[in-house]
Design a binder for this molecule. Sequence first.
Ligand SMILES: [Zn+2]
Length: 170
Amino acid sequence: MIEEHDHEYRSGIGTDIHRFAEGRKLMLGGVLIEHPFGLAGHSDGDVALHAVIDALLGAACMGDIGTIFPDSDEQYKDADSKGLLLDIKERLEEERWVIVNVDLTIQAEQPRLENIKPQIKRCIASLLGIDFTAMNVKAKTNEGLGEVGQGQAIAATEIALLKRKYKRTL
Ligand SMILES: [Zn+2]
């Protein structure tokens, strides 16, 4: 029997990778970072926010970022990914989902993100309206291996947990 206080829990994972491109601003986790190159992409190329979006969509069983914001759609050209994340947050709220926690890992050889992690954490936590204690950002290199290790791209992986109260079915 389902009690009124019972919740259902769902986890989701999101991964993304974007290559560096000249003449682009580097947006990472909603933060503008001083760097010679930005990330290529139809939107602003914010690989970290895209991973967050896909993890949230995954947990809520709502599909994926490419279906909701197709890169064939001109309205998302150079789109600010913070706006895309806020759109997803609204969709979650409509379905009564509450974010329990998010854990983000960014893999970048350059720039070094050690000092930028707190800013990214603050930015994503405030966009999602969650407590700092529910938001974690990890940064690592790729030990010189592959596209990320050779400094050609930045990758991100994110996991999120959502909860909502069971609807009483009488
Ligand atoms: Zn992306």
